[in-house]
Design a protein. Structure first.
Length: 476
């Protein structure tokens, strides 16, 4: 509860004032058969309930109370229709660009993007629709990065884990994933330089989904300040790289930043510096917050479940023994990690890093007998299918065998979304998680230092104490 205080404080201060100001707000009187639900407090909506209950309890309580198919609520200052279960996921995924368009909360855009772009739609933020991002994140393009991922993971484990008897997994996984992203995307590897980006970026990710009230001392205020610092630092990096390219000091295949500086659109125009910064920030959010959370919870379950750890260890050691001294992992090695990836998928099912995604209705449409008006925001959430016993028997049981063969039914396992807007970084996340698992498991067995550590929810699930584990090195 203490961890949520900074998110709840603005509610406590403003809820009474806002209630008095907006008691007579205009309600929809069109006679449309809207989804059942509650808008909560005026302006504040049901944000407080969402924070206090956590997303899973919040969603299931409303599914039971209002409708198991779709219900309405109000979060982040917006009227939302929450679509439930595999049918809801399928409907939203398959109607993207037909009935719906991409949408980000204003709080998120204001924290992440330059002010010139904050009021634009997501589609109008040019850098975010470049198809080359999907190209460079395909498996074929990522293969070349596996040895570098492995080398950085080895160094990280040797310096940050091996000298210790106990470590906190969550902050260390964040440190590794951010350093890797800086190296792969921008060739930034100096620890001090990485820290200049990481510290304010942490403020952004910690506050961009908090109560969108920009007052001193709030998480949202810190997110906005942190975003400004990150953008300023990125502009320095982008301008320095542009100068290097103009002086022909490097080639275009150095990293993602160089490719973005050289690529042109259909009219032959280069991306401007702010577009490139927006693009890199979007990639950092995806590769940092969610991937570090995924790594953390995979290791959490390995520390909790010795029989699962034993099978992962066996698989990873077979791969390690096939390598020569100092030989780094390859794409072929990753393809052998089938059981390890099933374990990772089960961790993603039980503790998904991303809670879902928003869309905006571009026309009135009907779903399950209810009308969703144009302009309403929609939300699909992992929690309406990942723990549904209809799709996953004994849903609280950790069972990697669910992902053997053809795996779960379509639209039931959606940690990366689905349809045409499935997360383009899915393969990047898979490689990063498996490489990190390999390096930790072949060096240590883990025991949780706090067996019943509480999990709190911000944008992603977070172990309240950072997931401290005792490290038990393998006998040589």
């Amino acid at each position: 509860m203490e961890a949520s205080f900074t998110y709840l404080l603005p509610f406590a201060v403003l809820s009474v004032i806002l209630s008095l100001l907006f008691l007579n707000r205009k309600r929809n009187s069109s006679g449309l058969n809207l989804p059942p639900g509650s808008s909560g407090w005026p302006m504040v909506g049901e944000n407080m309930e969402f924070v206090l209950q956590g997303p899973q309890k919040f969603v299931y309580e409303r599914m039971n109370k209002y409708s198991p198919e779709v219900f309405q609520t109000s979060l982040l200052g917006e009227k939302l229709a929450v679509f439930c279960g595999a049918p809801g996921n399928k409907f939203l995924f398959m109607n993207d660009s037909k009935l719906l368009t991409s949408w980000w909360p204003q709080s998120m855009k204001k924290a992440l993007l330059f002010p010139e772009y904050a009021d634009n739609s997501v589609k109008e933020v040019g850098a975010l629709q470049r198809s080359f991002l999907h190209e460079i994140l395909k498996p074929e393009a990522l293969k070349q990065y596996i040895p570098l991922m492995d080398a950085m993971a080895r160094e990280h484990v040797e310096t940050e884990w091996a000298p210790c008897e106990e470590v906190k997994v969550f902050p260390l996984s964040k440190k590794y994933t951010f350093a890797l992203a800086c190296k792969l995307f921008m060739s930034v590897e100096d620890p001090d330089h990485v820290k200049r980006l990481a510290d304010p970026f942490t403020l952004v990710t910690s506050g961009m989904f908090s109560v969108p009230i920009d007052l001193p001392g709030t998480a949202y205020n810190r997110a906005i300040k942190g975003g400004k610092m990150v953008r300023e630092e990125l502009l320095k990096i982008i301008r320095a790289r542009r100068n290097e390219l103009m002086e022909s000091k490097e080639t275009s295949d150095r990293d993602l930043l160089s490719r973005m500086l050289l690529i042109t659109d259909e009219q032959g125009q280069f991306m401007n510096e702010m577009e490139i910064s927006n693009n890199i920030i979007g990639l950092l959010v995806a590769s940092y917050e969610t991937t570090s959370t995924a790594v953390t919870f995979v290791l959490k379950y390995l520390a909790e479940l010795p029989h699962i750890y034993s099978e992962v260890y066996k698989e990873q050691m077979e791969i390690a023994k096939s390598k020569g001294p100092g030989e780094l992992l390859t794409w072929e090695d990753i393809q052998k990690m089938k059981y390890s990836w099933n374990v990772a998928c089960e961790a993603l099912r039980l503790s998904p890093p991303a809670q879902g995604a928003f869309r905006e209705a571009i026309t009135d449409f009907t779903y399950a007998g209810f009308t969703i008006p144009k302009g309403w925001k929609t939300f699909w959430t992992v929690h309406t299918s990942h723990k549904n016993p209809k799709y996953f028997p004994e849903p609280e049981k950790f069972d990697p065998s669910r992902f053997e063969g053809s795996g779960p039914l379509p639209f039931t396992f959606v940690p990366f979304g689905g349809g045409p807007r499935m997360c383009p970084g899915k393969e990047y996340a898979r490689l990063e998680v498996l490489v990190f698992m390999h390096n930790v498991v072949r060096n240590f067995k883990m025991e949780k230092a706090i067996p019943n550590e509480k999990i709190v929810y911000h944008a992603s699930p977070v172990p309240m104490n950072g997931l401290p584990v005792r490290l038990l090195p393998h006998a040589k």
